[in-house]
Design a protein around this ligand. Sequence first.
Ligand code: NZQ
Ligand code: ZN
Length: 393
Amino acid sequence: MQQEIANFTFQNPTKIVFGKNQIESLSTLIPRDRKVLITYGGGSVKRSGVLDRVREALTDYDLGEFGGIEANPTFETCMQAVELIKKEQFDFILAIGGGSVIDGSKFIAAAAKFEGDPTNIFGDGVGTGEPVKAALPLGTILTLPATASEMNSISVITFKEKKAKVGFSSLQVYPTFSVLDPEMTYTLPSKQLANGVTDSFVHIIEQYLTFPVGGMVQDGFAESLMKTLIKIGPDVVKEDLHDYTLRANYMWTATLAWNGILSTGVPGDWSTHALGHELTVLNDTDHAKTLSAILPAVMTVRKEQKFDKLVQYAENVWSITDGSDEEKIDAAISKTAAFFKSLGMPVTLNDINVSSSDIDFLISQLETHECTAISERGDQTLDVSRAIFEKAL
Ligand code: NZQ
Ligand code: ZN
């Protein structure tokens, strides 16, 4: 078993342009001769005025638009954008939105250059999982801090008919730049702010709550980011509290939570995400809500495997110093659930309308999507996942 920090290569090519009114620097970020397709979601960028501001910043450019990328973006919708790109010869994509628009745009960027059936960009029981060798350049303007898609190589796409939500990762789809203006979060409703804080928190946990390998920098960085979210989360979710410092810390934490810096050389779990994706496929529950509904059960069922890190988490993140190690862990699990509840997030499957009669379907889905040996040691079998779902009821 891995006892030391593993060898790693770290490369993250995304340029981050952070702060107020940074949208105005767009023309310095996109080459002037590019034909730019602006992609967005269900219309929040129109209501907030961000789309108009982007058009103004790019007045001299040849621009087109593709709206309607849904939350949990679908293959079918994204393929319509691919057709438009091929027909009208766009050669740059500018995504404005949250994780869904950015993930959808990454897939669009890859599919526009892919030879053959773009389904095969994905593995996990959906396609053949071929490597992405090229993609159109992509820039992003982030409007919802949560997924870190603005600074990573990952895209998660839903195949409605196949009842699958699967991802791919490629160096080719890192955004070339991402504009992070904390004031863009001021139009977010409390529900999405709570989703964002929670998703970021769970991304950190997936890379931290495994087993110790002596990654002092990675652990310390993760603990600091989690403590920041615990401190600011309850105020960040107040949608009328437009406090720049709060929102700036939230935005930067969400990006750092999953831009690759925390996972360098250390084990990763990602089982909460694997189970969560099946819950979204089942009944369309928001991504972050599936995670908060599952995580306390993961911590409880996997206590033995994660024991040392759970004690470290209790002591360093929640400052729990009294009692036995077992008592510290139990207190940390309770505090984690209480934190999610304080944000208005669900903490059981019942809270998201999932019952025991759904578990057989969820397990068969995990099997179809090749999630039969997951978690940091590959020892989370379907039986263990079933125990987690049952504990989370
Ligand atoms: O569609 P519009 O009208 O823009 O509204 C969106 C959407 O309804 C709204 N919104 C976004 N910015 C707003 C705003 N409303 C008002 N003001 C603003 N400034 O928020 C709603 C949710 O947006 P969405 O992009 O779906 O949320 P999120 O950023 O949480 O992304 C979730 C997706 O990302 C995937 C998830 O699975 C899910 O499909 N993930 C991607 C990851 C990655 N690329 O690394 C990792 C994550 O773990 C996750 O799996
Ligand atoms: Zn997530």
